[in-house]
Structure formats: C-alpha cells, structure tokens
Design a protein around this ligand. Sequence first.
Ligand code: 13P
Length: 252
Amino acid sequence: MRQKIAAGNWKMNLTLDEGLQLARYISNELDIYSDTQVILAAPYVYLKSLSDLTFPIRNLHIAAQNCHAKESGAYTGEIAIPMLKSINIEYVVIGHSERRAYFNESNAILKEKVDALIEQDMNIIFCCGEPLEVRKAEGHFDYVTEQLEASLCHLSPKQFKQVIIAYEPIWAIGTGETASPDQAQEMHAHIRSLIGEKLGREVAESTSILYGGSVKPANAQELFSMNDVDGGLVGGASLSGSSFLSIINAFS
Ligand code: 13P
C-alpha cells in the first residue's frame, strides 16, 4: 500500500502569525484517524514553531523547502540537515523547479543533497518536471527520466524508502493551467516504470508519486483518483485553510 499524501508548499509566503494560524486550522480540522499524510513545507524561520505545534499529530508533518548538502561549515546563509533534525524536522523538499531555475540547482547538486539526506535518515520530497518547450517538443518523458537518473536512481532499494517523488510540470505551476488527469497519470506511470526498471517492482509499487501544478479543490479529486497519482504537492491553494483542507479530503 502506498501512502496517500497531501503536501502544501508555502514557498516564500505568509508571516509567522499567518502560518501558525493556518497550521492550527489544519491541525484542528484534520481527521487524525485518516490514512492520508499531510505535510506542510514552510519557510525555515517558522519550522521550529510549526514542528512544536504539530508534533503530537500522527499524520501532520512539517518539511523544509530546501537544505544544504554539507553538515556544517563556512556556508553563510545556508541551513544544514543536522540543524533541521535538531528541531524535529523529518522531511525536506528538494529540486523544486524554482530552486533549479532561480538558484541554479543542477542535477549534480541535487544528487549531493539526496545523498546527504539519505545518510541522515531524512525523508525526501524530490521534485521533477519539464518546461513548456520540452512538453511541446514531446521530450517530457526523456527530460524527467534524465532528472531522476542523474540525482536519484543510484540509491539502493532500502534507501529509496525515504523518497517521495513530486511530478511538477513547470508549465502548470502557478499558471492556473493543470495537467489533465490523463497527462498526470501517463507521466506518473512512466516514473513508476522507471523506478521498477532501476530498483525493482516492489520499490516502484511502494513509492508515492505526487502531482503538483495548480492543484485546487475543484480538480484534486479527479487527479487523485488516477491509478499512479498518490497525492499532491500544492502551492497557491495550500495558503488557504479551507481550500487546502478540501484538497486533503479529496482522496476517495
Ligand atoms: P501551484 O499549486 O501554485 O501551481 O504550485 C505548485 C508547486 O510549485 C508546488 O510545489
């Protein structure tokens, strides 16, 4: 059985008070007996307060939106994985297309982060996804294959248990344009078969693959009902408690 996951990526939004209010709303309204795991990826400076707030809730987790691969040292402005662990953070998002595009994060840099996170027993939400011109030229399967092969596929089956994949086509992020359920399913099936080829069927069947890109209350149920879509990584719609809650409740 694969985990069903609704993850909110707050990106660089909300003040501390707004973030805490949102997390309090989610923690109060969440069905704690549900099998759906909820993850909030928040700015670094809110992580400690959020992890203290949500700590007792078994299906609500806090994630960092990035990390540095080195354990410590002279890297001004960066955040190391042991720092995240010291405030009970168990999940880290890496490889978001915004980090790849605006902060020059290459597949090689991401591989280093993957290895560091695995070594330190952290759960990884690894983002992949193609830009519009690649989709138009029908190169999207090869593009995503390359991203996964370069940064992730070297892991062992045991290490891969720490990995969640998020497929986020860049043309659907923050644009209001969503991949159709069939487009999402097709890519998720491709990713799962790639994992199967590299790491074996058992790993492929147990890895959660999330869809990201303009997930909203109005389209979440249909997307999440696809065979290989195990949930969503949600940007804009995760900033409102009621809309994120209806996405959390969209698993049938
Ligand atoms: P939107 O849901 O705002 O399109 O953002 C998706 C995303 O980038 C999540 O990481």
